[in-house]
Design a protein around this ligand. Structure first.
Ligand code: PFF
Length: 453
């Protein structure tokens, strides 16, 4: 008997999946990518990727997980034994560890900013805040320590198992996070200069819509934000009982995740543009850490708001980190019969070792700038590799597997179990078999061609 579990309540799955989806990707990643992708054009592409590519694949991943009730490697094997499809599951397990290795570093930054916001240590003028961020992120030992704390807490939550750890944390965090984001957005859009920020965020420059680099980044960000293309949703689906309707749960997760990302944009861009000389594309991964402290400084009781915000963001990051680590952990439990304890400890330590270069990267930038990818900081390199390539490839493999190997009629049997609600099922089949795989291949091939051309 292994240490599997199921969700505690009917709503438990939606909570946990939303806890996985909502994280740094929404509040740190989305505005950063919008800034680098030229504003509203990126937003438009992102929404298109969510609706036409990621939402159908999310349903497919959940259905495959619930049907097979096992880890990614086992899931592919269960449907198609004696084939090489299990290797797709192996990519998923590797991606979980790879993504967490840089995710934990950024989560460490948010942890430290609880303190910085509470004490006002980051400074008050735009220059001070920017210089503070650069100095802080180049301190290797501090970053390594923060990453260790994040990994230790993530491992600790997972030791408690799927049910007690993740559900409870999300239930507490999500309403508070949304409330605080709404307050901050209300403040941000009333700042002087906000109109310029809103125009940047909402009025697309159509020449950017056809830029393949932007399209690829939007696709990668959409997969990342929904925790898709690497088996997280497959594993979470495997803890789902048949009483729960998949399509409805998926719709709720997508709605919540997208709403929170869009809301983050309504905070960052209006307040960013209220800073003289602000250039959204220049800040890279530091964008929110530079813009937000300035916003807090304009609020009465700003240090309190700031600290509360970074506490919630750290919690959101932790529920996502937990879901990332759960993929390799589930693999060790289901495929190798390890006890949960051993799986968690080994995977936590292993991921921490892999995270060390990421944590030290900013300090060691002289070394990394000697790499062939000149002009890319280390985090950007990781994001390009995992988000923009590994996740869409994972999504492509899932779509092809469900569409052609498991087949749509079998998948629909699972999706419609117990008279579950699923309008548009024919359209879903068409998207999974044709549109999703085709779109992903076209985007990736063009991206590679533009990179080498
Ligand atoms: N979706 C998370 C976020 O937006 O922060 C990140 C993530 C979690 C990506 C789990 C992938 C994953 F499997």
């Amino acid at each position: 008997m292994t240490d599997r579990g199921t969700w505690g309540s009917r709503f438990g799955f939606v909570l946990a999946a939303a806890g996985s989806a909502v994280g740094l990707g929404n509040i740190w990643g989305f505005p950063t990518q919008v800034g680098q992708g030229g504003g509203a054009a990126f937003v438009l592409l992102y929404l298109a990727c969510i609706v036409f590519i990621c939402f159908p694949i999310l349903i497919a991943e959940l259905a495959l997980g619930r049907r097979t009730q096992t880890d990614p490697v086992g899931a592919f094997r269960a449907v198609q034994p004696n084939s090489r499809w299990w290797m797709a599951g192996a990519i998923f397990v590797a991606a979980g560890v790879g993504i967490l290795s840089f995710y934990a570093v950024i989560a460490g930054w948010t942890l430290a900013y609880i303190w910085f916001a509470a004490t006002g240590a980051a400074g008050s003028s735009a220059e001070e805040i920017g210089a503070f961020f650069t100095e802080f992120t180049s301190s290797g030992p501090v970053n390594l320590f923060l990453t260790f704390v994040i990994m230790a807490v993530t491992g600790g939550v997972l030791l408690g198992g799927v049910r007690s750890g993740i559900e409870r944390m999300t239930k507490l965090m999500m309403p508070m996070l949304i409330g605080l984001l709404l307050i901050l957005a209300a403040r941000a859009v009333t700042l002087p200069g906000a109109a310029e920020g809103l125009a940047y965020y909402l009025r697309p420059d159509f020449s950017r819509v056809f830029d393949i680099g932007t399209v690829n980044a939007a696709l990668g960000q959409a997969f990342f934000s929904l925790s898709l293309g690497m088996g997280t949703m497959l594993v979470y689906g495997s803890y789902l009982t048949r009483r729960e309707g998949i399509a409805k749960a998926a719709l709720m997760v997508v709605g919540l995740d997208t709403a929170i990302a869009l809301l983050a944009g309504f905070i960052i861009f209006p307040s960013g543009f209220s800073i003289p000389g602000f250039d959204p594309s220049a800040s890279g991964p530091g964008l929110i850490f530079v813009v937000l402290p300035r916003l807090f400084a304009t609020l009465p009781g700003g240090s309190l708001f700031g600290a509360a915000f970074f506490i919630l963001l750290t919690m959101a990051a932790l529920t996502s980190a937990v879901s990332l680590l759960e993929v390799p952990v589930a693999h060790c439990i289901d495929a190798h019969g390890w006890p949960r304890r051993k799986a968690v400890i080994v995977m936590t330590l292993g991921t921490f070792c892999l995270a060390a270069p990421s944590a030290l990267a900013n300090g060691a930038s002289r070394f990394f700038s000697a790499l062939p990818v000149v002009g890319m900081d280390f985090q950007t390199l990781m994001i390009t590799m995992w988000n923009n390539f590994a996740l869409p490839i994972g999504g492509f493999l899932t779509a092809v597997f469900v569409g052609y190997v498991w087949r749509i009629d079998k998948a629909l049997e699972e999706l419609l179990a117990e008279q579950a609600w699923f309008p548009g099922r024919q359209l879903w089949g068409v998207l999974i078999r044709y549109a999703c795989p085709f779109a992903i291949v076209v985007i990736l091939v063009y991206t590679v061609l533009s990179m080498i051309g």
